[in-house]
Design a protein around this ligand. Structure first.
Ligand SMILES: *[C@@H]1O[C@H](CO)[C@@H](O)[C@H](O)[C@H]1NC(C)=O
Ligand SMILES: *[C@@H]1O[C@H](CO)[C@@H](O)[C@H](O)[C@H]1NC(C)=O
Ligand SMILES: *[C@@H]1O[C@H](CO)[C@@H](O)[C@H](O)[C@H]1NC(C)=O
Length: 291
């Protein structure tokens, strides 16, 4: 055996690095496809900005071209300003099929000056019912803010501007399925849900304010891109040796743990793990571990 890497190893390595680099640069034309809305979704400024809009006839949406199996993925979003009651801006990760995995951010609009609700959920192998809801500590319509998902084999962390708001730990050891084999695409849509979104459906959409618009910019992903059964990170259980892939073992340090506690104490308005009424058969097993 040669004492130095063969050309084929170097070639493989360059492929891995190339796919990581591709995933790092943010260009909406390259990374996303508009999927519906008949012209209501637009990619602007040479791929640097994407807008979704909603009027009485239709909403709109887009999805990522790539599928990911683990990653640290950031998107900056500026939500529908003014009277956004009845509107929902959904930004989520999902695999396909009846036993799909899914990680959701949904922003529920409100009357001018009243707070949005950030609604989150997590499905593993087709089972959801893991809602947590938050108010935000800023006006999410005044400027762009960064909404991130860290998804590695140990945990899923939802963050807002770098502050973790929710953590779902791998609890397979107590029988809770964990998303780790199904690649997910990123989806986003702006649609009307006036029957439930705002104050449980009491406040309807004011269509005289249409069209409603949400904006996206600065997408970035350090992720394992999944294509034809092959991960850009190498094996099916990627290791984190490369310094690029530190996120594969990333955990919350003491400072971030404290931030998470702060959000949960002051801004979390609903937690499925404390909603015994919703689970007459008993709370889901992961609740015993995390609460
Ligand atoms: C809208 O504002 C009302 C009144 O402050 C509040 O109760 C509600 O949680 C807010 N958000 C939504 C999405 O209903
Ligand atoms: C764009 O995203 C990167 C990585 O998430 C971040 O470092 C940078 O500050 C962002 N740019 C702007 C204009 O917010
Ligand atoms: C990565 O680390 C694992 C465990 O420490 C080791 O078995 C593997 O050979 C390393 N891979 C590379 C490419 O260095």
């Amino acid at each position: 055996m040669a004492a130095f890497p063969s050309t084929s190893v170097l070639y493989m390595l360059s492929l891995v690095l190339a796919s990581l680099a591709l995933a790092l640069a943010g260009d909406f034309n390259k990374d996303f496809a508009i999927t519906w809305g008949d012209g209501r979704a637009k990619i602007l400024n040479s791929g640097q900005l994407l807008t979704l809009s909603l009027d009485k006839a239709s909403g709109s949406g887009f999805q990522s071209k790539d599928e990911y199996l683990f990653g640290k993925i950031n998107m900056q979003i500026k939500l529908v300003p003014g009277n956004s009651a009845g509107t929902v801006t959904a930004y989520y990760f999902s695999s396909q099929g009846s036993t799909h995995d899914e990680i959701d951010f949904e922003f529920l609009g409100n009357l001018s000056g009243d707070p949005y609700i950030l609604h989150t959920n997590m499905f593993s192998q087709g089972k959801g019912n893991r809602e947590e809801q938050f108010y935000l500590w800023f006006d999410p319509t005044a400027d762009f803010h960064t909404y991130s998902i860290l998804w590695n084999p140990q945990r899923i962390i939802f963050s807002v501007d770098g502050t973790p708001i929710r953590e779902f730990k791998n609890a397979e050891s107590i029988g809770v399925p964990y998303p780790k084999t199904q690649a997910m695409r990123i989806y986003s849509s702006l649609w009307n849900a006036e029957n439930w979104a705002t104050r449980g459906g009491l406040v309807k959409t004011d269509w005289t304010k249409a069209p409603f618009t949400a904006s996206y910019r600065n997408f970035s992903a350090s992720a394992c891109v999944w294509s034809s059964g092959v991960s850009s990170c190498g094996s099916s259980t990627p290791s984190s040796n490369s310094s690029n892939n530190g996120w594969l073992t990333e955990d919350l340090d003491a400072t971030l743990q404290a931030r998470l506690q702060w959000v949960q104490k002051n801004y979390r308005i609903y937690n499925y793990c404390t909603d015994a009424k919703h689970f007459p058969q008993g709370l889901p097993p992961e609740c015993a571990k995390s609460s």
